[in-house]
Design a protein around this ligand. Structure first.
Ligand SMILES: [Zn+2]
Ligand SMILES: [Zn+2]
Length: 332
């Protein structure tokens, strides 16, 4: 167990250079709960109908446990451990996808996350919201649903979709004769799809970053952090000019960390960035560093990070693939 822990930490250490004034163990941190695409990795078909030769990336999941396999990727999700100046921790979760329960079991225990204080949703696609039923798993047990609700920040559009997917999470009062059944207790908070309409979740301010996720769909990214500025953009095919301005060095100011969507390694895709567009965006926005998320099985973590290391040296901006369980200490 101890060995497993130190080897996991060794993998994590190389991304720790964002810590300000050394690594403050009690300070704020970002924990990547998921870094994979909607279908998650391993891709099921690569295991049940293997190609010849089999998919190297997905086949690793048969011999390496997920907590030591950076090619095992759940749905994209970020846990912000925000430590206030008085030392109080706030746990803010971005997105609750199909693999949420598995992510909690694996990483909340490892990183000692005791609870979720608030939730922010980027959009209403399955890989961002289908774990909402399991929110009750991280809430105090009460057979009568008498427990503090967790605030969930989302757009009006996402709210309408979730009301159809999870009517019982939206229903305010029981109908006459309806039995009490234990469900997640949540407090829905509507946010605007506009960069100039920030909101505060668990004492941390977030600026919504509307981006196109396909030309017919707006998804939100988020900008947060006062001391270090972080932008999280998990689903994007194009930056509208306003959003680009807010997070670019030549616009409102340089990001300390950009966390950005990259679905596939080559070519382009109608609703996501692939590596060429992601790297182009990194060059244009010019953050101090960037971590990529949302990868399919075409990415082989260590191999592709070697390529990215060379790219980073050439372009002067460190860029790496993130991996599930990665913890990045950062002064927010
Ligand atoms: Zn595969
Ligand atoms: Zn999506």
């Amino acid at each position: 167990m101890e060995n497993q822990k130190s080897s996991r930490n060794a993998d994590i250490v190389d991304c720790n250079s964002l810590a300000v004034d050394g690594d403050v163990p009690n300070g704020s941190a970002l924990i990547f709960l998921g870094t994979g695409c909607s279908s998650a990795i391993p891709h099921v078909m690569c295991l049940i109908q293997p190609s010849n030769p089999p998919c190297q990336v997905c086949f690793q999941s048969l011999s390496i446990p997920p907590e030591r396999n950076p090619n095992y990727r759940c749905n994209t999700s970020l846990l912000i451990d925000y430590c206030q100046s008085d030392g109080k921790h706030n746990y803010i979760l971005i997105d609750v996808g199909k693999t949420f329960r598995e992510q909690v079991l694996r990483w909340f225990t490892f990183h000692k996350i005791p609870r979720v204080d608030s939730i922010i949703l980027t959009h209403e696609h399955a890989d961002a919201v289908l774990g909402l039923d399991d929110i009750r798993a991280v809430q105090r047990y009460s057979p009568t649903n008498d427990t503090d609700p967790i605030p969930i920040y989302l757009t009006e559009f996402a709210m309408a979709s979730i009301a159809k997917k999870f009517p019982y999470l939206v229903q305010k009062k029981l109908r006459e004769g309806q039995e009490v059944r234990r469900v997640a207790q949540v407090d829905w908070k509507i946010i605007e799809e506009q960069c100039d309409k920030p909101f505060v979740a668990s004492h941390l301010q977030f600026v919504p970053l509307p981006v196109m996720h396909g030309e017919d769909y707006v998804c939100l990214g988020f900008l947060f952090g006062e001391k270090c500025k972080v932008a999280y953009i998990s689903d994007i095919s194009r930056f509208p000019p306003n959003t680009e301005y807010v997070i670019s060095k030549n616009g409102a100011g340089q990001l300390d960390l950009l966390i950005l969507d990259t679905l596939s390694k080559i070519g382009s895709h109608n609703v996501h960035f692939c590596l060429p567009q992601s790297l182009e965006a990194v060059k244009k926005l010019c953050p101090k560093r960037a971590l990529l998320i949302g990868m399919t099985h075409v990415f082989d973590h260590h191999k592709d990070n070697e390529f990215l290391k060379e790219w980073s040296q050439r372009e002067g901006i460190p860029v790496q693939l993130a991996h599930d369980g990665l913890r990045v200490p950062i002064d927010l």
